[in-house]
Write a protein that binds this ligand. Structure first.
Ligand code: PLP
Length: 377
């Protein structure tokens, strides 16, 4: 079955009790039990809820996993994964990992004596050099944020397997439509479903997908124990978002390709970071491991005033944090996602004061390019 069909026909699309084409929102905290000696499938909504099950089963199929777990946000999903670690464990994480994951590792899980090394994961040798006897987890993001750097997922999975290290990929930027890390040997996929999966900037959610039965049991234990589950209404919103994932991303990606090529030709632009451009250093690798370059790109303008002018004057782009919605979003990493990273550190990472990131929505890309041009002149 082709992926477009799978998004709509995966065995979880119909309510088994009524035949409803939209899975009902089972807005209940608890379930009546007829026989306490034989507990029903659902007994309490933290432990399981039918709307959540439909979403979790759908996501498991779409990522090529065996089970998925839905959380109240992407960070709740990532925190559940980090909760698999024990005191004294060491983690290797991508240098330009999402800021929230960086904060969770350095300011929360560090309290449990979990150590972390941040590494340029685009170079697999650097990952190998960072491995210690107590390294238990490798956390990756490709393309990374905001410079869209590409990491070789298959090579990382092979290296980690040799050292008994669990591999985790934050697949938020791609969605399972464009990249399926489990198929490349990765152990755990995490999503901020707030982004492309929801797709309409109206819901916060997180998903963890695994293939291995033992890892599945451990994630379910954390989900049920710590309790950061996704509520039934938001599960329904994500189920609805999934139905249009392909058409949205196809159109948004076309817009991103148009804008990347247009931006390259503008005098006020110094560089464009987008894996869809042939000159992007990760272009070939990305297209080997993913099904498209996606709808997010970054560009560096000539000076800070131009960057500020664009953030203040664009009318069709919303200047905001987040991405993956039907409306185009422009963000300024130096002042938003990476504001807490010291200036010197940001320069080293290439996240300069002139860097802007855009998530392309469903507007006409020509209108979007004119919006940026009008903001500059
Ligand atoms: N991972 C990535 C790549 C993100 O961009 C974000 C949020 O921006 C998150 C994780 C965290 O997700 P949430 O905001 O849903 O908690």
């Amino acid at each position: 079955m082709k992926y477009a069909t799978k998004l709509l026909h995966n065995g979880n699309e119909i309510d088994k009790h009524t035949g409803a084409l939209s899975i009902p929102i089972y807005q209940t905290s608890t379930f009546k039990q007829d026989d306490v000696d034989n507990p029903p499938l659902y007994d309490y909504s933290r432990s399981g809820n039918p709307t959540r099950t439909a979403l979790e089963n759908t996501m498991a199929i779409l990522e090529g996993g065996t089970s998925a777990y839905a959380f109240s946000s992407g960070m709740a999903a990532m925190s559940a994964v980090l909760s698999l670690l024990d005191t004294g464990d060491h983690v290797i994480a991508a240098q330009d990992i999402y800021g929230g994951t960086y904060r969770a590792l350095t300011r929360h899980f560090s309290k449990y004596n979990i150590q972390v090394s941040f590494v340029d994961t685009t170079d697999t040798n650097k990952i190998e050099d960072a491995i210690k006897p107590n390294t238990k987890m490798l956390i990756l993001e490709t393309p990374s944020n905001p410079l869209l750097k590409i990491t070789d997922l298959k090579a990382c999975a092979e290296l980690a397997k040799k050292h008994n290290i669990i591999t985790v990929v934050d697949n938020t930027f791609m969605s399972p439509y464009l990249q399926r890390p489990l198929e490349l040997g990765i152990d755990i996929v995490v999503h901020s479903a707030t982004k492309f999966i929801g797709g309409h900037s109206d819901v916060l959610g997180g998903i963890v997908v695994v293939k291995d039965k033992d890892l599945a049991k451990q994630i379910y234990f954390v989900q049920n124990t710590l309790g950061a589950v996704l509520n039934p209404h938001d599960c329904w919103l994500l189920l609805r978002g999934i139905k249009t994932l392909k058409v949205r991303l196809d159109a948004e990606q076309q817009g991103a390709i148009y804008l990347a090529q247009w931006l390259k030709k503008q005098d006020f632009v110094k560089s464009v970071y987008y894996p869809g451009l042939p000159e992007h250093p990760g272009h070939d690798l990305h297209l080997k491991q993913a099904y498209g370059p996606g709808a997010v790109l970054s560009f560096e303008v000539k000076d800070i005033n131009t960057a500020k002018k664009i953030t203040a004057r664009v009318k069709l782009f919303f200047t905001a944090v987040s991405l993956g919605g039907v409306e185009s979003i422009l963000s300024y990493p130096a002042k938003m996602s990476h504001a807490s990273v010291p200036w010197k550190e940001r320069q080293k990472l290439g996240i300069t004061d002139e860097l802007l990131r855009i998530s392309v929505g469903l507007e006409d890309p020509e209108d979007l390019s004119m919006d940026i041009l009008n903001a500059v002149i």
